[in-house]
Design a binder for this molecule. Sequence first.
Ligand code: UDP
Length: 318
Amino acid sequence: MRPRALVTGGAGFLGSHLCDALLAEGYSVVAVDNLLTGRLSNIEHLRREGQFEFLQLDINRKVDCGEVNYVFHFASPASPVDYMVHGIDTLKVGSLGTMRALDIARKNHAKYLLASTSECYGDPLEHPQKETYWGNVNSIGPRSVYDEAKRFAEAVTMAYYRYYGVDTRIVRIFNTYGPRMQLNDGRVVPNFMKQALRGEDLTVYGDGTQTRSFCYVKDEVEGFLRLAECDEHFPVNIGNPEEFTIVDCAHRVIEITGSKSRIRYEKLPQDDPKQRRPDITKAKSLFGWEAKIDLDTGLRMSLDYFREAVAAEAAVRA
Ligand code: UDP
């Protein structure tokens, strides 16, 4: 019998790539998504796949998904634009939704993996960020709906491990990009790609010296699978430690798309982290994972997707 995995947020950017990878690993997969920010088009190619099932349900409520061996809890708005628009939903899915997903794992004696985030480190004072760093988060700022929801999600996951013996894992995901990101989710890679392909100015927020470390989605999902097989219960960073300023990222997108776009500087959003780079020593030593795809290569691999998405949007507008 194939192992059966539940993926919450299975129609989202990361959730849908995870479904693909689990199916390739020999799992049968049930994906649950309320389609708040997830999209059916992300899983359209799986509709005729016999080992895949999709349920349009809200994980904040009681969900009957049948017996499962593994629960991957990926449901949540994840881009700053999305989680600030859907602030209450983000807090609910990080708290109630995480407890529901943990209850499913507990009832089924299933393994469990929580998608957490580098946002747990906030605007970090320690650099690069190790898993032992407790973070620098503004609990009442605009990003807190996401940051604190995920910090609660980590706390309740550790509590289910400690009090109920649920076999849990926590991955802290650093900025990930690639095909299936929504053009309008506001994150930096889709924004720059869209703007460059349309010949519009690229909007760099602040002076563009803030840094991020970008991981191509294929590498990131490979890290999830390796962690899923490992017995580590404390958080593990999965990200690409190559660090770029945002203005450098803008120049790379302009070059790779062959665009004539220029850069326009706009106001920096409140509490925007100044720097972010994962220390991945733990993932390397526990299960030999590290990212293989550098930013230029990953942007080139994403180009066809963004070209098609921009063309599709233009066709709808026309
Ligand atoms: N950013 C930018 N222009 C954009 C979108 C984002 O300069 O059009 C910046 C943003 O201020 C942040 C970085 O790019 O410093 C990454 O933003 P993103 O929303 O992708 O994710 P974050 O890492 O902040 O969660």
